[in-house]
Ligand binder design. Structure first.
Ligand SMILES: Nc1ncnc2c1ncn2[C@@H]1O[C@H](COP(=O)(O)OP(=O)(O)OP(=O)(O)O)[C@@H](O)[C@H]1O
Length: 632
């Protein structure tokens, strides 16, 4: 039997790198590409077609009519995006194709252009070939097993504890294979731990590394790495232990069906700000009411760092992520304590390139709104590009809405800022750096020119859910003001206020940082900008947590400097200025002159010096001893 199934374009874009994924997803910036879907719409379509369905935490489930008649199964339909998948026949796709399948009574799969056919038997062959080239770990003796675990830096676990996990090992004994189970507990691939961590076959079937204890089927504990997974699995904790597919980076929607059956989910991720933010973000995606979180605190560490700590006690103290509309200090007390214990983390992610910004703003925090303005051509885009690149290089999932300049030009600027020298003069380095750049979690909307705020907000909400976006940049807001349907009777000030309010709500509700570039009002060039120079009513500066002004003194005098003024800072109240010395070669505003710091490489220019030709090396860098920065 030859059953065919589809792999979404998203899979391809993941394979070819993140850079193009939203660009591809929102192909040609057409509105139709962002599914117009809501829970009410999905239910209405089901009901009007007499389809029985059940509502779960994250998905609707209904019978899969795409399956071959003798392999009936459940179809999972994501409640937010409408994307569907059947674990049995492996059909998957976007809501629009499901809707048209339903209207045709699901008689035959509707293959659209953005989907490709893959042969199910090829998938089965892939699994078989992995199994043929490896052997069950249970066949190793205890001694060899311990050696393998030591080499792979895994905690030592007794062989008897490991046997139910059905791990496999390659013949060179340097790669450990963890089975990936889908929603029906069928093996759909392997997570392979060797020199690096890979997954085979590369697929979207929602397979997770899972270890189920016989007694507890309703509770799952999600961890970010295999070492934590093994420690918790071997402990006396009574729950299904699950390793997140991409750690704290993101939780793609294909994995949600596999987590649907758990009434209680406990997230135990790291104590860094990103892990903590990821726990909260994933909790919201999984349904906050069933999620608890092991909060970072000084009293405990991740399971593999101290397997002998009281794991059961720590887990029993996990806090609910669900916040009631009305609360009192007693229920906030633990959150306040946790904030105080982790004050560094609460302050946000620090820029590597802008120490002055760290001093004043303390860091980049989720849920905040930043507004930046500056005279035309003063470098707003160039600065925001570097400021967001810095964060993306630290793992912040970033979505760019560049309405003014083409995405290719923006990406080129960012690439040059990452590399630190003009690539057009050294094309031989292009592939190497482009490969590195592709690994960054940066997505671009393909909108260009005037857009309605509704269309942009839909795209932002969609990407925020699908790609776990933590930072949205809109450059610039004025491009949403030309055709704002629902506000066409308003004047431009009111229109802008409505758009700012929409982004403010989004930032707070989705705990995502939004940076808005807004042009200033027309002012005399010799006058400094102030918060009231931002175009529009007072809404933008009132709603913003941070207001950044580019002051360009070069316009008023030949020796005038350019600097960034932090004119509002809701978090700490500190205000101040950061000089913006521009380096044309690297398109960078990062400060270059640094004091001698033993043992630290120039932090502000993250270039791979070892690979650069002598003429490209910064003058003050001692190549023979690159760890020491020589001061001029
Ligand atoms: N300090 C600077 N000195 C010289 N050139 C600069 C400086 N800052 C930016 N540039 C260059 O000026 C050009 C315009 O910069 P950019 O597009 O970032 O400005 P902008 O403020 O976003 O412009 P607009 O008002 O049109 O949106 C770019 O080519 C950039 O490389």
């Amino acid at each position: 039997m030859l059953v065919t199934f589809r792999v979404k374009v998203a899979t391809l874009s993941r394979r070819y790198g993140n850079l193009y994924s939203v660009t591809r997803h929102f192909k040609n910036a057409s509105i139709e590409d962002v599914p117009e879907v809501s829970q009410a719409l999905i239910k209405r379509i089901f009901r009007s077609n007499n389809m029985k369905f059940e509502e779960g935490y994250t998905c609707f489930t209904t019978d899969c009519h795409l399956c071959h008649h003798n392999m009936k199964s459940t179809l999972y339909v994501n409640k937010t995006t409408g994307s569907y998948m059947c674990p049995k026949c492996k059909h998957s796709g976007e809501w629009s194709s499901l809707e048209s399948l339903i209207s045709k009574k699901m008689k035959k799969p509707n293959l659209s252009n953005d989907e490709i056919l893959v042969n199910l038997s090829k998938f089965e062959d892939d699994i078989r070939s992995i199994q043929n080239s490896t052997e069950p770990l249970s066949e190793l003796n205890e001694d060899s097993l311990h050696k393998v675990f030591k080499k792979l830096k895994l905690p030592i676990i007794a062989k008897s504890e490991l046997n139910p996990l059905n791990l496999r090992i390659n013949c060179d004994l340097n790669e450990l294979y963890f089975p990936l189970e889908d929603v029906n507990s069928e093996i759909v691939g392997y997570k392979i731990l060797g020199n690096e961590l890979t997954t085979k076959p590369n697929s979207n079937y929602g397979g997770l590394v899972k270890g189920t204890k016989p007694k507890s089927k309703d509770t799952a504990i999600l961890v970010e790495n295999l070492a934590d997974f093994l420690v918790l699995y071997a402990s006396d904790v009574n729950a299904t232990i699950i390793c997140l597919p991409n750690g704290t980076k993101n939780l793609p929607q294909y994995y949600l069906p596999s987590l649907e059956k758990y009434k209680k989910i406990i997230l135990w991720l790291g104590s860094e700000i990103q892990s903590w933010n990821a726990a909260k973000k994933f909790g919201r995606k999984l349904g906050e009411k069933r999620c608890l979180c092991v909060q970072p605190c000084a009293k405990h560490v991740l399971p593999h760092l101290n397997p002998s700590q009281d794991l059961k006690f720590i887990i029993s103290n996990a806090q609910s992520l669900w916040h009631k509309s009305i609360t009192n200090f007693a229920s906030l007390r633990q959150d306040v304590l946790s904030d105080l214990q982790n004050i560094d983390q609460v302050q946000g992610i620090r820029w590597k390139r802008f120490p002055t910004l760290n001093k004043i703003l303390k860091g980049h925090r989720l849920g905040e709104l930043t507004v930046i303005t500056g005279p035309t051509g003063s470098g707003k885009t160039t600065f925001i590009s570097e400021y967001s690149l810095d964060l993306a290089m630290q793992g912040v999932n970033t979505l760019w809405g560049s309405f003014e300049i083409r995405n290719a030009r923006l990406a080129r600027t960012m690439l040059q800022q990452m590399v630190g020298f003009p690539l057009e003069q050294h094309l031989e380095y292009f592939d190497e750096w482009a490969d590195k750049f592709e690994q960054l979690p940066i997505y671009y909307m393909t909108f260009h020119g005037q857009q309605t705020v509704k269309v942009v907000m839909e795209a932002v909400e969609h990407a925020s859910y699908v790609h776990d976006i933590n930072h949205v940049i809109i450059d610039n807001l004025q491009f949403m003001m030309g055709i704002t349907e629902e506000h066409k009777h308003m004047d431009r000030f009111w229109k802008q206020d409505a758009i700012v309010a929409a982004f403010r709500t989004f930032a707070t509700k989705k705990n995502c940082h939004v940076t808005l570039v807004i042009h200033p009002r027309k002012e005399k060039t010799d006058e400094e900008l102030t918060t009231s120079s931002i175009f529009g009513g007072a809404k933008a500066s009132q709603e913003a947590d941070n207001v950044l002004l580019i002051q360009d003194k070069r316009l008023t005098g030949p020796r005038g400097k350019k600097y960034l003024q932090i004119a509002k800072n809701r978090y700490s109240g500190d205000l101040g200025v950061m000089p913006l010395d521009f380096d044309k070669n690297s398109l960078s505003y990062a400060p270059k002159k640094k004091k001698k710091v033993e043992g630290t490489l120039l932090e502000s220019v993250p270039t791979d010096y070892a690979k650069l030709e002598p003429q490209l090396l910064p003058q003050n860098l001692d190549r023979n001893n690159p760890k020491i920065v020589v001061v001029e």
